[in-house]
Design a protein around this ligand. Structure first.
Ligand SMILES: [Zn+2]
Length: 384
């Protein structure tokens, strides 16, 4: 039977309407490599869920992306850090592990599985924070197995489909995983089957309401708002006990239990308006960056994560260097383009900051007087 690619993956009811302007935007992969334009973005006319079309091209692209996947390549495998307003770096999964531990009790014991465990950075932190728990992982490949075996309380890595895992767990985590899954409702159904009756589901995912750059990630199929995530979880048989958008910047944190009634379907207007505003801003940012790069003597890009690598892919020939505040990346290079510290940016050069205008202003403020000129992105117009 042919799969209906225009059927909404969140509500299952509505038809997906393609947003034409997206196809012109270059993209980036979730392991921060430039990826060409040509994606298909859509929004559900019934519930407003924002999602790529999972057509043949998308499946072909994710296969190529995962084959070459190298997480945290520019920091020699160490985890991406997040920066507070003051520019202080913290590992991303630290705050999540702390949240999981606080909401489950560190003294308790049980079995935890991390679905889509990647290179095991969350399991590593969980192992230290919850030493009495037995830890399991699930991933498409077994490339992280050797590292995971080093953790004293790690038990097993599964590479089979989740529904074939012959164990039951007290906690199931999906950390930056659900947005990759071709059928997120089925994935949550599988999660429910893997949990004990009083088991807990933990999901961490980008928030479409506050992260425009996430739209550009080619292998992210779904772009959830908090309302869409909790609605989908309720359709899979979960009741949501905690739903937050402030634990990590630009992300949604959800804790859910089995059981409970299906929530009301979200109305489509808000996410649709946010999607249009965000795409308009990204297109304006790209035009501005091209203009600045053309006028600059020596041109650099601030950041080597999602937005920096996306912009690099669009401007390649014009880019002489990257600037990064993450010391673990400085001294490396990407495609021969060096990654400099802010202090190393050449005097008289222009450094474009592809971040939300408020964040970009703080970056520019921190490095004023270093000799390089920091160019800020165009104003963000919130949806009307
Ligand atoms: Zn829908």
């Amino acid at each position: 039977m042919a799969i209906d690619i225009f059927k909404c993956k969140v509500c299952g009811q509505g038809r997906l309407e393609t947003i034409a302007s997206y196809a012109e935007l270059p993209r980036v992969t979730s392991d921060c490599k430039p990826w060409p334009a040509g994606g298909a973005m859509s929004c559900c006319e019934a519930c407003g869920a924002v999602q790529k079309l999972s057509d043949e091209t998308w499946f072909d692209e994710i296969e190529r992306i995962y084959k070459a996947y190298q997480i945290y390549q520019l920091s020699a495998g160490s985890e991406q850090v997040i920066f507070s307003e003051a520019g202080v770096a913290q590992p991303r999964s630290g705050a999540l592990v702390d949240f999981i531990r606080r909401n489950t009790g560190s003294d308790s014991t049980g079995k935890l599985i991390d679905i889509g465990c990647g290179n095991g950075s969350a399991l590593k932190n969980l192992s230290a924070a919850m030493p009495r728990w037995s830890l399991y992982g699930s991933e498409l490949s077994d490339s992280a197995e050797k590292a995971l075996r080093q953790l004293p309380n790690f038990v097993q890595l599964y590479t089979t489909p989740a529904r074939d895992i012959p164990e039951r767990f007290d906690i199931l985590t999906m950390i930056h995983a659900l947005e990759h899954m071709p059928d997120p409702l089925a994935s949550l159904h599988d999660a429910a089957c893997l949990l004990n009756d009083d088991g807990r589901l933990f999901v961490e995912i980008p928030n479409v309401l506050t992260s425009p750059f996430d739209l550009l990630i080619a292998d992210h199929l779904l772009h959830f708002s908090p309302a869409h995530l909790s609605y989908l979880a309720s359709r899979a048989g979960f009741s949501v006990s905690i739903l937050r958008d402030d634990l990590l910047p630009k992300e949604i944190t959800m804790l859910a239990m089995r059981g409970g009634a299906e929530l009301e379907r979200p109305a489509p207007a808000r996410t649709r308006a946010v999607l249009e505003a965000n795409l308009a801003w990204l297109i304006a940012l790209l035009a501005e960056a091209r203009k600045v790069a053309a006028a600059a003597g020596t041109f650099g890009i601030f950041g080597t994560s999602i937005s920096g690598m996306w912009l690099y892919g669009a401007l390649r020939d014009r880019v002489s260097f990257f600037v990064d505040e993450d010391a673990s990346r400085v001294g490396n290079a990407f495609e021969g383009v060096p990654i400099l510290s802010p202090a190393q940016a050449p005097a008289g050069s222009t450094v474009f900051v592809p971040l939300h205008p408020d964040v970009a202003r703080r970056v520019a403020g921190r490095h004023a007087g270093t000799g390089a000129v920091y160019a800020e992105p165009p104003a963000y117009r919130p949806p009307t």
